[in-house]
Design a binder for this molecule. Structure first.
Ligand code: SF4
Length: 490
């Protein structure tokens, strides 16, 4: 796919990747229809709220150190700003750094929607520069500034000669995609458009796209000792200067294909930086496949094998011992698609059965036109009829499924669904941190976490006994499939 960094607008996942938010069926059908191109979205006749793509896009940009994000939006759209300020400050402090990134909102009101507010935006950008002297300024649209047609691209173009730093327009109209992961691509596009420079020399760095880098020490050690390279974590704690060199690095890896597809494929196609497309780091198979794929890409396969052999001797017996108690447990998973299929594989490694795997959306191909590797792997290791759904984080569907399958444990990466499962009386594991199952050590501690969660169930039992949920017996008796319209085949 050609990447056009001259245009600030980027096609959303629905049109670029054919991504969907509605499907129910089995895993084989999902993969078969993805491969033959016959997968079609199924619409809901009722939908609960979901998330806005601007959260994903602007969070990622605000995570870069010492930048300004000026959001041309009503104040409510910027609700995440205070959380970001605390979170990114703490993440910087973990590596003995500080960040002075700021999130500024233009607070659009009714008058502005009638008369426009491009002059206010210009003044606020000036004020932001005067106060903070950021290393880059991102100016973002929202639903409101998009609908009234504010010329943010024109303003950014005008201002780029006034300030000695990049001024980059970002198109975050929330209404343009139901898939919040479109926001990941929008932030990558902004970085590629305004910050990354063409390569001058090769550097022994590996780009690693993640969220909150909790495994920074372990990854740095592995990359240093096994691959003789430094990690370039993206975007927390990165600087504008570091980002300008992304095109010079050895390779790009990612914690999940959903997060990395745009940046990885764009760097590969535009600047020849190889994108390591493989399983993620979770579980034994995932971690070893991930290490080998990086090793193959940068000519360090033998070193990766030596590391794997040493670590296996330490951890595999311990993992096997703990997972004996997990054999036969039944699970339901509800996560973003990047992790649903990765965690399903890990649970199968533990001898557990995945009764139902829900993904909040589904990219049936990535930006290289291929089916996600985690899914291709899973279809080979799973029962033919393993149930899957694409559910757009619809809690009423999740609770219906939990009630029907009554699993031993529910896994989610979003607190909103975890807490509802617990209120319903099911043991639940909140896999919030993207590195919860990182490598052998993470796999061992994850197995112990599941064992401990299913062993003592008094918390969810007591909570469920004291809570009246809004769902009626009638709803639990429904097959939620019938609330999703259209057949899945074109
Ligand atoms: S940009 Fe649109 S969808 Fe996103 S928070 Fe603002 S109004 Fe809501």
């Amino acid at each position: 796919m050609p990447y056009n960094f001259k245009n600030a607008n980027l096609a959303v996942r629905e049109s670029r990747l054919g991504s969907i938010t509605g499907f129910t069926g089995d895993l084989q059908t999902l993969v078969y229809r993805s491969e033959c191109g016959s997968l079609k979205n199924r619409e809901r006749c009722f939908s609960q709220s979901s998330s806005c793509l601007s959260g994903c896009a602007l969070n990622a940009l605000a995570a870069i150190r010492n930048v300004a994000v000026v959001y041309h939006a009503p104040a409510g759209c910027t609700a995440m700003a205070s959380n970001d300020a605390v979170k990114f400050g703490q993440i910087a402090a973990r590596v003995n750094k500080t960040t002075n990134s700021v999130f500024v909102c233009t607070d659009l009101n009714e008058n502005d929607t009638v008369f426009g507010a491009i002059d206010s935006l210009r003044k606020i950008v000036q004020h932001t520069w005067d106060e903070y002297h950021p290393d880059a300024i991102f100016i973002s649209t929202s639903c409101v500034s998009g609908v009234i047609g504010e010329d943010v691209d024109g303003l950014a173009d005008e201002l780029k000669d006034e300030y000695p730093v990049p001024v980059i327009p970002v198109h975050c109209e929330g209404f343009k995609s139901r898939i919040w992961a479109s926001g990941f691509d929008i932030s990558d596009h902004a970085v590629l458009q305004g910050i990354v420079k063409p390569p001058k020399q090769k550097r022994r760095y590996i780009n690693i796209k993640n969220f909150y880098e909790s495994a920074r020490p372990q990854i740095t050690k592995i990359f240093n000792e096994v691959f003789d390279a430094e990690p370039q974590f993206l975007y927390c704690n990165s600087t504008v200067e570091e980002l300008s060199h992304l095109s010079e690095n050895l390779a790009t890896v990612c914690i999940c294909g959903t997060l990395g597809t745009y940046l990885g494929n764009a760097l590969e196609e535009t600047y020849g930086v190889p994108y390591v497309r493989t399983l993620n780091h979770s579980g034994i198979t995932g971690f070893e496949t991930w290490l080998r794929a990086i090793g193959d890409t940068i000519g360090k396969r033998a070193e990766a094998e030596a590391y794997i052999e040493k670590q296996r001797a330490i951890f595999i017996p311990q993992i096997e011992e703990v997972t004996k108690s997990l054999h036969g447990l039944r699970a339901v998973i509800g996560m973003g698609p990047g992790f649903t299929y990765e965690i399903a594989r890990v649970l199968q490694e533990f001898g557990m059965k995945v009764d139902y795997a829900l993904a909040w959306h589904y990219d049936y191909k990535y930006d290289n036109g291929q089916v996600p590797p985690a899914l291709e792997h899973l279809v080979k290791t799973s029962p033919k009829d393993m149930k899957v759904a694409v559910a757009d984080q619809q809690n009423y569907e999740v609770l219906n499924i939990l009630n029907r399958y009554k699993p031993d444990v529910y896994f989610s990466r979003h607190p909103g669904t975890t807490v509802w499962a617990i209120k319903q009386g099911y043991a639940a594991v909140f896999v919030d941190d993207e590195y919860t199952v990182f490598g052998y050590e993470g796999t061992l501690s994850f197995a112990k976490l599941i064992r401990d969660t299913v062993t003592n169930r008094s918390f969810e039992k007591n909570l469920a006994a004291r809570i009246q949920l809004p769902y009626t017996k009638w709803w639990y008796e429904q097959n939620y499939d019938k609330f999703i319209k259209e057949e899945g085949v074109k």
